[in-house]
Design a protein around this ligand. Structure first.
Ligand SMILES: Nc1ncnc2c1ncn2[C@@H]1O[C@H](COP(=O)(O)OP(=O)(O)O)[C@@H](O)[C@H]1O
Ligand SMILES: [Mg+2]
Length: 255
């Protein structure tokens, strides 16, 4: 269980990026974080990754407080962030230096195969397309068998076709490793394709606004009526989150 408890973050300049976030994510759940720009999505992931400290509240992974980068927490960013001087295989195996060579090579080969890049293991990152590079960064995150995987708009720079292809690769790896996943997206269809639940955020200060459960069977068909209905529910919640908070009506029983 990943528990985010009463979490707030105010930056040194006074920006209230997060205010009293509470979210409990059972092991293996996929949660999509969705919301307008500036509502604290990246701040939240950075805190869960232990890359920054909260101003108040806490984050616990199976009871253990996260206050610094944790080996059980993997991260994928919008851009692939590969090391240009290492081959594809060495990028994927970069965090596995503690393992013996044969095991490391076997794990890297398996992860690359799962993202469909087995034949590119010896290439340089610059020889790959953007979508292929992002597949490498997903393989790199999964090769460590993370308990929690954090993805910050990982597919937003890719075309729609490549994005769908990567959804498939991500889900195939998730099926195998079953990490808890927090994925930031601004793409409602992406939330419906991937997540068990969409959590909608609201800015100034950043906070959780609404939750839309997505109990759809997998594999999911984006054109199925259930998917379209789920997308509409998220859009409606998103719409509400972009409006200023409504003041309580003067006379709630006017009707
Ligand atoms: N290092 C920082 N210092 C000051 N303000 C920041 C910093 N990082 C983010 N912010 C501010 O915090 C708010 C939330 O930012 P961010 O978490 O990046 O939102 P999102 O990812 O949802 O777009 C924004 O107002 C942003 O300008
Ligand atoms: Mg962001």
């Amino acid at each position: 269980m990943l528990s985010i408890e009463d979490l707030s973050k105010t930056y040194a300049d006074g920006t209230q990026a997060l205010s009293r976030i509470g979210l409990a994510v059972p092991a293996g759940e996929i949660v999509a974080l969705i919301g307008g720009s500036g509502c604290g999505k990246t701040t939240l992931l950075r805190l869960v990754a232990g890359l920054d400290r909260a101003s108040a509240g806490q984050i616990r992974l199976d009871g253990e407080a996260i206050t610094a980068p944790h080996p059980g927490v993997g991260l994928v960013f919008q851009e692939p962030r590969l090391l240009p001087w290492l081959s594809v295989a060495d990028n994927v195996g970069f965090g596995l230096a503690h393992l013996a060579g044969p095991e490391r090579r076997a794990r890297v080969a398996h992860a690359l195969e799962r993202v469909g890049l087995a034949e590119h293991a010896g290439r340089w990152p610059r020889e790959l397309s953007g979508g292929q590079q992002q597949r490498v960064s997903i393989a790199r995150a999964f090769v460590a068998n993370p308990r929690v995987l954090l993805l910050d708009e990982p597919f937003s720079a890719l075309d729609a076709f490549t994005r769908r292809d990567l959804h498939g690769h991500l889900l195939a790896l998730w099926e195998e490793v079953r990490p808890t996943v927090l994925i930031v997206t601004h793409d409602v269809a992406e939330a419906v394709a991937l997540a068990d639940r969409a959590v909608v955020m609201r800015p100034k200060p950043g906070r959780l606004d609404d939750t839309v459960p997505l109990p759809l069977p997998r594999p999911r068909d984006p054109a199925a009526p259930q998917s379209e209905a789920a997308a509409r529910r998220i859009l409606a919640a998103l719409d509400r989150s972009l409006r200023p908070a409504e003041a309580a009506p003067q006379n709630a029983n006017w009707w």
